[in-house]
Design a protein around this ligand. Structure first.
Ligand SMILES: [Zn+2]
Length: 118
């Protein structure tokens, strides 16, 4: 499936105020822009003001999202002939796992990350 979000990787950076002090965190697309005043790519989002550890952790989590989604998509794509090692199902597929199976949860999280089923 073609991703609709801004292509990764993304990076979390501290945001500077007019006096060049950190004032919060933002998530940017991690690309080079050699002909721009900004060395960063496209802005994805910003945390509330403040360089709290929670804001920093939130920015880091958001910045990892494209790579987390890609890794999870790779994990759930597997051989259809194998039994699930985490539940009683013998077939793979979005609706074919027990509700408490990690693969069932993975499919739901992938749909959430893609903005589906909302
Ligand atoms: Zn399963």
């Amino acid at each position: 499936m073609e991703a609709k979000h801004t292509p990764g990787p993304w990076k979390a950076v501290d945001v500077r105020d007019a006096r060049n002090n950190p004032s919060g965190y933002a998530v940017w697309q991690d690309i080079e822009r050699p002909f721009s005043d900004s060395p960063r790519g496209n802005k994805i989002c910003a945390t509330p003001d403040g360089t709290t550890p929670q804001n920093k952790a939130n920015a880091a989590l958001i910045a990892a999202a494209p790579e987390l989604l890609e890794a999870l998509e790779m994990l759930v794509v597997t051989d259809n002939d194998k039994s699930c090692p985490y539940c009683t199902k013998t077939e793979w597929g979005e609706e074919k796992h027990d509700e408490d199976c990690v693969y069932h949860r993975a499919y739901k999280i992938i749909a959430k990350a893609r903005g589906e089923n909302q």
